[in-house]
Design a binder for this molecule. Structure first.
Ligand SMILES: [Zn+2]
Length: 268
């Protein structure tokens, strides 16, 4: 699933191409992808509007439009936005056309991606926790909110209402970096561990953005290229390999239906 670094990379790469461009055509190949309004109204309303900006909130992309509405998009498990058609198009769900022959393709093997057209993006985007790469991610607040939670720390990190944009891969990487076992009870973390985790979250996310995201699954950049962040992964998706710090085999355990990867020796 695209997480914060992947969605941020997509935003960064779409911005210079799409901002200022006007929609000339919209074709929906899978009605399921349009959540609001009707498919017909969605297409009709978009044509003629200009993209004023592209923003990211958590894993959501928000395109404010010249008519005052916003196009909100969530790629969910396997969605991708492409500016090029030189990729397999068997899972094409929507095609957006713009002036000057610019095209944007939404492909999605899992059919979960979702789009909304709304006057108020906040009515679509649920209440999310702070953005971990902004000044809103305050250590003291992070500490006090963690102290009230009993669930495993990994589950808390995946809660988008606690902190926005972290998913399975970057939760595993941040916990490894902070040397915390993913199943530790959240309210058992020491102040030093919490401080390390607060820092580790920011470090792994910045590093992954620098590497343009992780192409471990279906993630692909708008130009068709891949991200390279997974080459720096220490534990995530490294089952069967050894810990880069202590050489212990990396373990995998199921948590909320997802594989959690960790080093049983380094992460207490
Ligand atoms: Zn280790």
């Amino acid at each position: 699933m695209p997480e914060l670094p992947e969605v941020e990379t997509i935003k960064n790469e779409l911005l210079p191409v799409l901002v200022g461009k006007r929609f000339t055509g919209v074709t929906i190949f899978d009605a399921k992808v349009v959540r609001q309004p009707s498919v017909e109204e969605f297409c009709q309303k978009l044509v003629g509007q200009k993209i004023e900006d592209i923003q990211r909130r958590g894993k959501y992309l928000i395109f404010p439009l010249s008519g005052g509405e916003s196009l909100v998009l969530h790629l969910k498990m396997a969605g991708a936005l492409l500016l090029t058609s030189n990729q397999p198009m068997s899972y094409l769900r929507a095609l957006f056309e713009f002036e000057n022959n610019t095209q944007l393709f939404l492909i999605d093997r899992r059919r979960m991606a979702a789009m909304w057209l709304t006057m108020n993006a906040n009515s679509v985007v649920p209440k999310l926790g702070p953005e971990p790469l902004t000044q809103d991610f305050i250590y003291e607040t992070f500490l006090s909110r963690l102290q009230g939670r009993k669930s495993p720390i990994k589950a808390v990190l995946l809660d988008q209402g606690f902190v926005a944009g972290i998913g399975n891969m970057y939760a595993d990487e941040a916990l490894f970096r902070a040397k915390i076992h993913p199943l530790r009870k959240t309210n058992s973390l020491s102040h030093q561990e919490t401080k390390n985790l607060h820092q580790a979250i920011q470090t792994v996310l910045w590093s992954a953005i620098t590497d343009k995201g992780a192409s471990v699954d279906t993630y692909i950049r708008p130009d068709g290229g891949l991200g390279t962040a997974h080459f720096s992964f220490q534990v995530a998706h490294r089952r069967g390999q050894t810990c880069p710090t202590c050489n212990t085999p990396i373990q995998r355990l199921p948590l909320r239906n997802r594989g959690t990867y960790f080093c049983p020796k380094c992460q207490k």
